[in-house]
Design a binder for this molecule. Structure first.
Ligand code: NDP
Length: 265
């Protein structure tokens, strides 16, 4: 039986085992998908164990998305662009890293028929994945709080994508022309706080779509405020399903049964 799974820390809350197991069952594959490490385990120890056990493939989540790179044998082009990995496939003993977050995000979106203005709040791994896979028709602006990490984020976005990172404090004046507003920060993940206030959403273009990548709670404060101002909203769950479906395709070379995956969210 082929062994697949997830590494990260923490991972006990993850929806991926149930989602991937549903797709494996639907495709009648002889495979398992499980959590592959304990809390506090070192990445080097995890990787040694996974190689020894001849794991067939696995997903990678925080905090290992970047630090796993030196442990891999090859990187797909999707990784070279953003220097983060969320999917690994074992091909004849070679561990190959891929990123499906960006393609998963854009595939979860309604079809984009004309050029749109996109604002991403946050400049971490998820933001970079979305920027790296963005269609040419979107015009992207990225904002981050002025934290100690601001200058590093700014240098990375400039080097990787030629984009100029802007301070979050300057976002409000831009909101009236935004078609798609994305929260790509971790604000709201462990608490019920929103990175923008309810009053900020009053400034947002009337028919803008608001997406919160945080998917632990269906109703985050960020989306609650957006609904109050009658904006369209979408949670991070469709992205979660699509990035998982793309990982499934990489491992099994089969189209995942999205409907069965959605049942287990
Ligand atoms: P990173 O840790 O790489 O980046 C986090 C970002 O959030 C940074 O820009 C950070 O800014 C910002 N941030 C953290 N705290 C605050 C705060 N208090 N105020 C303003 N900004 C803040 O995380 P990821 O990019 O990997 O993930 C971001 C979010 O996206 C998470 O909630 C994650 O769960 C979600 N996600 C969802 C996916 C899905 O399938 N739906 C897939 C991947 C991620 P700074 O560096 O200045 O601290």
């Amino acid at each position: 039986m082929d062994k697949y799974g997830l590494i990260g820390d923490p991972i006990t809350h993850s929806k991926s085992p149930r989602m991937q197991t549903a797709a494996i069952k639907s495709a009648k594959l002889n495979a398992t998908y499980q959590l592959l490490n304990d809390h506090g385990e070192k990445l080097s120890a995890i990787m040694e164990r996974l190689r020894k056990s001849n794991v067939a493939g696995f997903n990678v989540t925080t905090p290992f998305k970047q630090t796993i790179i030196p442990f891999l044998d090859e990187l797909d082009v999707t990784v070279a662009k953003i220097q983060a990995v969320n999917t690994v496939k074992n091909v004849d003993g070679k561990l190959i890293g891929y990123s499906t977050d960006g393609s998963g995000f854009w595939q979860s979106m309604p079809e984009i028929e004309k050029p749109i203005n996109v604002v991403i709040i946050g400049a971490g791994g998820a933001a970079k994945a979305i920027i790296g896979a963005a269609p040419l028709t979107v015009n992207i602006q990225v904002f981050n709080r002025e934290s100690p990490a601001f200058d590093e984020h700014k240098a990375q976005l400039a080097a990787l994508f030629g984009l100029e990172l802007q301070p979050l404090s300057q976002l409000l004046t831009q909101l009236e022309s935004v078609d798609l507003l994305i929260n790509a920060t971790s604000v709201g993940l462990h608490d019920n706080v929103s990175v923008l206030s309810e009053a900020d959403f009053e400034l947002l273009k009337a028919n803008a779509l608001v997406i919160d990548l945080v998917y632990r709670h269906a109703q985050t404060s960020f989306l609650e405020y957006a609904r109050k101002t009658e904006h369209q909203t979408m949670s991070g769950l469709p992205m979660l399903v699509m990035q998982g479906a793309h990982s499934f395709k990489i491992w099994h070379n089969k189209i995942a049964d999205i409907k069965s995956m959605e049942l287990y969210l």
